[in-house]
Design a protein around this ligand. Sequence first.
Ligand SMILES: Nc1nc2c(ncn2[C@@H]2O[C@H](COP(=O)(O)OP(=O)(O)OP(=O)(O)O)[C@@H](O)[C@H]2O)c(=O)[nH]1
Ligand SMILES: [Mg+2]
Length: 180
Amino acid sequence: MIIFAGRSNVGKSTLIFRLTGKEVKRGKRPGVTRRPVEVNWRNRKIVDLPGFGFMSGLPKEVQERIKDEIVAFIEENANEIELAVLVVDGKSAPEIIERWEKRSEIPIDVEFYFFLRELGIPTIVAVNKVDKVKNLERTIAFLAEKFGVSHAEAKNVFIPVSAKFGQNVEELKRRIEKEL
Ligand SMILES: Nc1nc2c(ncn2[C@@H]2O[C@H](COP(=O)(O)OP(=O)(O)OP(=O)(O)O)[C@@H](O)[C@H]2O)c(=O)[nH]1
Ligand SMILES: [Mg+2]
């Protein structure tokens, strides 16, 4: 089993569609995927998880409950999960991380990365929406620092992609295959 996790609206479902060609529900507003959706891909299950964080039109309690459900899903299936693809929005992740840190909170993406590592789940970070990123090198260096990934390892951990335009999706596919 391969899981795709990340904040709402970062493009998890679009990326799964690009990788597998399987129709999964995608949309403009955060909160489209509401429960784990499984698609079959090369004799494996890919699970499209709901996003965590802000969701349009949903009260905070419901957002929190969905996040708890995602955590529970991952914990319950930890033995089966061979790989996690943590998807971040390359354009907005650095700003959001800084905002959370200014409030002395642990940014949710960072928290999730550590959570997956703690469970021993190999994790690739797909830096999505690179079509909107001005300085990719800087963005990846920033994320690597926040995620506690060394400069040398960053190339293996962070894969820039654009799910919308199909940019570098083949490279992500290769990285996934290599991990399995
Ligand atoms: N510019 C740009 N937009 C993208 C990219 N990937 C996805 N999007 C857009 O981002 C929006 C959200 O895409 P989804 O795939 O539904 O995102 P998600 O992470 O599954 O969202 P939730 O299910 O709500 O958590 C859509 O409008 C996509 O077209 C990308 O690489 N570049
Ligand atoms: Mg989705």
